[in-house]
Design a protein. Structure first.
Length: 247
């Protein structure tokens, strides 16, 4: 057996992408399993069956060897005009059909239509992708409008996820892109985005103060006074205008 054929069998059988490290580990595990059988047969006094040379040759399979073989496979696929290729994603390698055959493959799923993001959703996603991890307030400072609806749409489509909380007053949520985002756009890291290094260095607009930070004068009963409440309402109206873009 050839290493290229073993790689193909693993990638086809796996439902999830496999990293070069994991593939190398699986190959070495198969060799170790065969060696254990050989040792057990020897200890039992039976005549052991020698391991084939092609199998023992993989006892030191390395991630670099796996990656090199995958690149050779892709070159072979291109030279022979195959309809598939092996692509690397953030969590490993996976076999995909080439986009040239998308019009044919689409007929396998007649009930599914491509889902497109609106302009505001794409803007929000771009801000998160380039400046992650980032808070909602920081996103809104860049866009100038409320982004609750856009962020929720991105969460629902599994393009964005919550990655913890910022070490800031109120401990706001931090947003990150998901593995599906990388897979959808065909990249393995943020560094592969256009002008990533330049755009990540640009200073973002300072977020406006949250309404919750407005100091309200409390009455003796512990409720805000009417004057203070009106002042807070005026602050909300002037600093947080409602935009139809966020609906």
């Amino acid at each position: 057996m050839q290493l290229s054929a073993i790689l193909e069998s693993l990638l086809i059988a796996s439902q999830e992408p496999l990293s070069s490290e994991e593939i190398a580990r699986l190959i070495r595990a198969r060799v170790a399993e065969a060696e254990d059988v050989l040792i057990r047969e020897t200890e039992e006094g039976s005549t052991p069956t020698p391991l084939p040379e092609w199998l023992t040759a993989f006892d030191q399979a390395s991630p670099d060897q796996v990656t090199e073989t995958i690149l050779s496979l892709n070159q072979h696929y291109a030279e022979t005009a195959r309809a598939f290729t092996i692509l690397e994603r953030p969590n490993g390698w996976k076999i995909y059909t080439r986009s040239d055959y998308g019009d044919f493959v689409r007929h396998l799923f007649p009930g599914r239509k491509p889902e497109r993001l609106s302009g505001p959703a794409m803007e929000t996603l771009a801000i998160i992708a380039y400046r992650q991890p980032i808070t909602k307030v920081a996103i809104e400072a860049v866009r100038g409008v409320s982004c609750d609806g856009m962020i929720q749409k991105l969460l629902d489509r599994d393009l964005v996820r919550i990655g913890g909380r910022a070490n800031l007053p109120g401990r706001p949520l931090l947003y990150l892109t998901t593995d599906l985002f990388f897979e959808h756009f065909g990249i393995t890291s943020i560094d592969e985005l256009p002008n990533a290094s330049e755009l990540r260095r640009i200073k973002l607009p300072e977020p406006k103060p949250e309404a919750s930070e407005t100091q309200l004068e409390l009455t003796e009963t512990g409720t805000p006074s009417a004057a203070a409440s009106n002042e807070a309402d005026d602050s909300l109206d002037s600093e947080n205008p409602i935009s139809t873009d966020a609906s």
